[in-house]
Ligand binder design. Structure first.
Ligand code: 5AD
Ligand code: SF4
Ligand code: FES
Length: 361
């Protein structure tokens, strides 16, 4: 117990410390969450920021082995929202004082796609009085494309590294140029160089993943100096190649608890960044995201994709809120966040203080 206490209050956590923390049993985990919750409150307070999530298309050119909307899955019904549908969802977020949007889709790199996103960014800002912060989550793109979208008014970008171990990355993706670890890392650097608030994340509890790798993932995020993180448990999907090795998976609750421990450790390592309560947590435990908010996360991403499409953005099994419409999610989340003893920062952009300090001249 004494050794554990030391870990909770240590100034700098190393790899061995993180391995010990991630390996804590149920009793130890409770202590960890108590400490990480206090650190969260001391550095980012009780405010939870909303990011209205629009999953505007599930058409993807890639074939990641874990993902339900991979190109090779012919059972997925593909959709692509119209510009007007995207704009309507953006106006909804603005009216509801979400202050912030995330535009997400499968990964496509083409001039038509690039120009469409540029046009959408311009229209969104026109129609919402320049009052929304916009995050993009559209995968790897060229430096020029990142620049074009930044100039059109995108402020933040999420690009998960998925795992920081290049060998393991290779096992999770086809071995071709489209799925190259070095390119992904380069894209992350390009995003930061362009001026974006840069976000990344990993999946937790992948088959064959080790605690050592997860500890390295945390150190990767710290050493990169990432501004925001969204990470959650891996959840298998029947129509993916990784499903074949599902008997190597940790039990689902172990993956869930590990995801919470990862969030807690990251909050201790990087007290001032934004950490999202990943939706995948809720697919396992109905209160999963709320648990994450208590122990370290400070961002939540209500899904505001029009209801009829939600079912088809099927990254993993049992994705929550696919039947709801946006109004239901807003009300539901207000109540849920209140229950955690936190409050929603309506009308606030909620940039991380880590980013503000990093960019202060
Ligand atoms: N389980 C959990 N997360 C997944 N993602 C893709 N497939 C799965 C899955 N089966 C995550 C990846 C990707 C993000 C859009 O969704 O981390 O970056
Ligand atoms: Fe496409 Fe992203 Fe799924 Fe990979 S994880 S197949 S890039 S949507
Ligand atoms: Fe979507 Fe509760 S958050 S219905």
């Amino acid at each position: 117990m004494r050794k554990q206490e030391e870990l909770f209050t240590k100034d700098t956590l190393g790899k061995e410390d993180l391995i010990s923390l991630l390996g804590l049993d149920a009793a130890g985990q409770k202590e960890l969450f108590y400490h990480s919750g206090n650190i969260k409150e001391a550095h980012v307070g009780k405010k939870v920021y909303f990011r209205g999530l629009i999953e505007f298309s599930n058409i993807c050119s890639k074939n990641c082995f874990y993902c339900g909307i991979r190109k090779g899955n012919s059972h997925t019904k593909r959709y692509n929202l119209s510009d007007e549908e995207i704009l309507a969802a953006s106006r909804f977020a603005h009216q509801e004082k979400y202050a912030s949007l995330v535009l997400q889709s499968g990964e496509l790199a083409s001039p038509v796609f690039t120009q469409r996103v540029t046009r959408l960014l311009q229209k969104i800002h026109q129609e919402t009085n320049n009052e929304l912060r916009v995050t993009l989550s559209l995968g790897e793109q060229s430096r020029e494309t990142y620049r074009e979208w930044f100039d059109a008014g995108a402020h933040r970008y999420l690009l998960r590294i998925e795992t920081s171990d290049p060998e393991f990355y290779r096992k999770l993706h086809p071995s071709d140029d489209l799925h190259c670890f070095d390119k992904r890392l380069e894209a992350l650097h390009n995003l930061r160089d362009t001026g974006y608030q840069t976000g990344t994340g990993v999946m937790i509890g992948l088959p064959f993943q080790t605690i050592e790798q997860l500890a390295d993932d945390l150190l990767f995020m710290r050493d990169f100096g990432i501004d925001m993180v969204g990470m959650g448990p891996y959840i298998e999907h029947e129509e993916t190649p990784l499903y074949e090795v599902r008997h190597h998976l940790w039990p689902i609750m172990d993956r869930f608890n590990m995801a919470l421990k990862m969030i807690a450790c990251l909050r201790m390592l990087m007290p001032k960044i934004n950490i999202a309560a990943a939706t995948a947590l809720q697919a396992i435990d109905p209160m999963g995201r709320e648990k994450a908010l208590k122990i370290g996360a400070n961002v939540i991403m209500p899904n505001i994709t029009p209801g009829i499409y939600r079912d088809n953005y099927d990254l993993y099994n049992n994705k929550p809120c696919t039947d709801e419409n946006s109004d239901d999610c807003t009300h539901c989340l207000k109540a849920r966040v209140g229950m955690t003893g936190n409050e929603i920062g309506f009308g606030e952009w909620g940039d991380s203080s880590f980013f503000r300090e990093r960019t202060r001249k």
